[in-house]
Write a protein that binds this ligand. Sequence first.
Ligand SMILES: Cc1ncc(COP(=O)(O)OP(=O)(O)O)c(N)n1
Ligand SMILES: Cc1nc(C(=O)O)sc1CCOP(=O)(O)O
Length: 528
Amino acid sequence: MSKPNVDYSVYLVTDSGLNHPSRTLLQSIEDSIQGGATLVQLREKELDTADFIELARKVHEVTKKYNVPLLINDNIDVAIAINAEGAHVGQDDVSCTEARQRLGPNKILGISTGTPEEAKKAIADGADYIGIGTCFMTQTKSPKRTLGPMGVRTILEAIPADVPLKTVAIGGIKHDNTRRVVSHSAGANGRILDGIAVVTGIVGAQDAKKATKQLLAEYKSGYEIASKHHEDGQQQQQQQQQQQQQHRDALEKKVLQSLSGLLKTLRESSPLIHHISNYVVMNDTANATLALGGSPIMAPCVTEAEDLSKVVSSVVLNIGTLTDSFVDCMLAAGKYANAQSKPVILDPVGAGATLLRQETTRKILNSLHVDIIKGNAGEISTIASIIGCDTETIAMRGVDSLGSGFSNPAAVVQAVAKREKCVVAMTGKIDYVSDGARTIAIENGHEYQGRISGSGCMVASSIAAFAAISPNDHFVAAVAGILALNLAGEHAAARDDVRGPGTFRAAFIDEMANLEPEMFDQAKIKAF
Ligand SMILES: Cc1ncc(COP(=O)(O)OP(=O)(O)O)c(N)n1
Ligand SMILES: Cc1nc(C(=O)O)sc1CCOP(=O)(O)O
């Protein structure tokens, strides 16, 4: 015979010592079944096995008449002797695995649990259901502790949603707390108690039928509240997810639409970009700026900073090879650019590598408004700690970033951007750009870009060129600046004449110059 389908809604657990004096235990059981009890457990602590079997046979006659399963408490011999539908065991009784072995796979087996660990073990040991208790104070036995609805919830939430284990709460459950225990114990995973197990609330009641009826109505009401709550929550979550997705789709579309226009404008207006750059990459950054359509001026002398500020359209501050005069010039050029609302792009090269670089970065951020910060993961991590932004720090080695380093890079750039009220572009295998409200990941580019010196600095120049012609949206400018170089990198790497980083370097500049507005269709961006 296969395992019966069990309804656990109101589970009568007996105790003849607590049975109402006006009737026999058998009468209580029959009344309760007539009131709606869906499952019965014969729980006799004082009887020896022979008497237990005798009583169990009589009880079984009653339960079979109503097609209600009968389980035997603790004593597997009795369960087997009367061919009961199953048994319930406690933590201190015969083990669940042994009980399962002796009963076979088709009998119902339950075990008492009071912790998430016990519940998980019950699953592994082959239980069909668990009794979760003690829920409330009870006179029926002395509880070690009471769980309350919240403790029951913790256990329900420990059971994975796809596990078919059934659950009932036990201990001090009466008609006036049933609804609350069922509705309040429902887990965030959608798990709701499959039933309530009751002793005195039924066998000790004046009218066992009426008491069971009431308990069943309260159980159903609690279940309905819990499932409606869960469904509403799911619906709300689904709506929120849909809205967020729509928002992300709209952002991706808007950014993609702007890109080709920006490249056209850059080529037409050829803005002058003031670079206070590092001398390792000065030539490359100048050539990249030219190739993209901008016009570079590499001027690290403080004396001409004010004059230049009148004619340039944006300024790049690159701390890669610092000298005192570089620092003076950066602060002056930044100040003049701020005064004239011209975008300032900070490239904090190796910011965490030395105290000088850290202090210069701090000085720049303290005295200027930087519009866009562009750095690798290590550099952005240093910036985050300088500005007191709570992110995981990652190790730094020289000026190279040790991989992305962050478990949630999009959240990091967003947090730094929000705190510093600017755009943050974090470069790496995947690039991330955020202005605190909008965040985008860019998945274009080629690994050769990371194998030539100055490719990051060229990204800063590219961003500065796009920022110069996109004064009202530095976020889109940063995305365009990164994408332009990443697409050029992909095209260069695909060329037959490119054999390695050296030939790539020249081809990279060529492909920047060859970029066509419609090539932005190849952008692989993802909004958050
Ligand atoms: C449904 C249900 N849950 C828990 C118990 C308690 O069983 P146990 O821990 O074995 O304690 P006693 O019932 O033996 O006092 C139960 N019987 N039924
Ligand atoms: C039998 C039993 N087991 C419990 C456990 O916590 O495992 S509490 C309990 C007694 C339940 O009786 P009443 O419904 O009268 O409170």
